[in-house]
Design a protein around this ligand. Structure first.
Ligand code: FDP
Length: 418
């Protein structure tokens, strides 16, 4: 019966969901070497109707915006990978499962890899590889970005890059964020950022010398090193009481929930908006003594109820970024991992945590800052670069930014780190 109802819901969906303004960008032949943003979509009334599957949603996008057709294929892979990861995470708790615990290796950041980190990384990589739409992908669990067609030599920093004519996108992801908590059944998630591929990146290995090839390889890998303002799409999957897939294509945030009876992501919240003010903060407060001075000041004021709103804040912290950001989007609040004296750039990674989540947060009407800079505007210098992150309800994040601006002595991250 449930299945029947769900199917009826699907056939009753509207024929139009998202329309994009006529785009001046992104035909493959005319696209410049640096990405242009997708034009903001125009939403019509039926877009507010729920019950659209992710596949249908992306098909509508592609129908109205043929230049985005290949993005649809990528989201097809993400859809499949999120469902598969969700199953792996759920099944990991069964007594017969052997997927919990450590792999016995460390990743590029020197962190112990969980078995599920490795399984989910392979899963996502395989799903994306077979789209045929990718040039390069970078993952938290890979030392350096990997090309999706060629094979890694196995030596970090020494990759064989083969870029296909049809490769249009660069995908950066953290396959299982929050995995240090996964053995306890705490919510985890996958974070994905999608950039356009630099089409000038073609390497003719047969006709150039080794040095030139190495130089061109480095340039190709730099495809991943783009600021968040170049993102064309971002998404996260949350593995929790339900499996959620939240995405932005650059105009608004759409939240899908997995209907397990039919195995489809269904649009549950179109045009998600984060409340402008809140009374919840979400930080690892054990680090408070080491934080940047302005950050400490604001949180102490919120705790006492002497902040700008005069309201005493509550604390909610899962310690799993996707879960914390998801709740922040839903209820309002401020989630952060600020810089501190031990780690001036905090803990979170810019390319596959900070920037994609900042994109989603901004598209929902919130803000994301390091305290002194918009997270979206930072160009990474290395793939696994860390970034201080404070994101959430607009008015509260503005309060943080202003406190950094008006700190007794002008706040300087370099000086704080010294
Ligand atoms: P994890 O190490 O479990 O993968 O960046 C990773 C992350 O989790 C975030 O998901 C989370 O917000 C943060 O680290 C938690 O760090 P703390 O344990 O230091 O609070």
């Amino acid at each position: 019966m449930m299945r029947l109802l769900s199917l009826l819901l699907l056939v009753a969906i509207p024929t139009r969901c998202v329309a994009f303004l006529p785009s001046t960008s992104t035909t493959r032949s005319s696209r410049p070497s640096r990405p242009l943003s997708v034009k903001p979509p125009v939403l019509d009334d039926v877009c507010e109707t729920m019950g659209v599957t992710l596949t249908r949603f992306m098909n509508e996008v592609a129908m109205l915006n043929p230049e985005l057709k290949e993005l649809t294929t990528i989201f097809g892979a993400i859809d499949t990978a999120c469902k598969a990861i969700s199953n792996e995470v759920k099944r990991s708790q069964l007594p017969s499962s052997e997927t919990l615990g450590y792999q016995g290796a460390v990743n590029a950041q020197g962190e112990d890899q969980k078995k599920l980190d490795v399984i989910t990384n392979d899963l996502l990589k395989r799903a994306l590889r077979f789209t045929g739409r990718l040039g390069v992908l970078a993952s938290e669990e890979e030392d350096t970005p990997v090309d999706v067609i060629g094979r890694s030599t196995g030596k970090s920093g020494s990759l064989e890059i083969v870029l296909d004519e049809t490769t249009d996108y660069v995908v950066c992801f953290d396959p299982l964020d929050g995995s240090s908590n996964v053995d306890a059944g705490i919510p985890t998630g996958t974070i994905i950022g999608i950039f356009e591929h630099d089409e000038t990146c073609e390497i003719d290995f047969d006709n150039i010398g080794e040095d030139e090839a190495a130089e061109q390889e480095a340039r190709c890998l730099a495809n991943t090193l783009q600021p968040g303002t170049n993102l064309v799409a971002a998404a996260y999957c949350l593995y929790s009481s339900s499996t959620f897939l939240t995405l932005t294509l650059g105009n608004g945030v759409y939240m899908f929930t997995l209907d397990e009876t039919i195995g489809e992501f269904i649009l549950a919240k179109p045009n998600v908006r984060i409340p402008e003010s809140s009374s919840i903060y979400s930080f690892n407060e054990a680090n408070l003594d080491y934080w940047d001075e302005p950050m400490r000041e604001v949180v102490e004021r919120w705790r006492e109820g002497t902040g700008r709103s005069g309201v005493r804040f509550s604390s909610r912290y899962i310690g799993s970024m996707v879960g914390d950001v998801h709740r922040t989007l839903m209820y309002g609040g401020v989630f952060g991992y600020p810089g501190d004296t031990k780690n001036p750039n905090g803990k979170l990674r810019l390319l596959y945590e900070g920037a994609p989540m900042a994109f989603i947060m901004e598209q929902a009407g919130g803000l994301a800052t390091t305290g002194t800079q918009r997270v979206m505007e930072i160009t990474p210098e290395v793939v696994h670069q860390r970034v201080p992150v404070i994101m959430g309800s607009k008015n509260d994040v503005i309060e943080v930014i202003e406190c950094y601006k008006t700190a007794a002595a002008p706040f300087s991250r370099a000086a704080a780190a010294a």
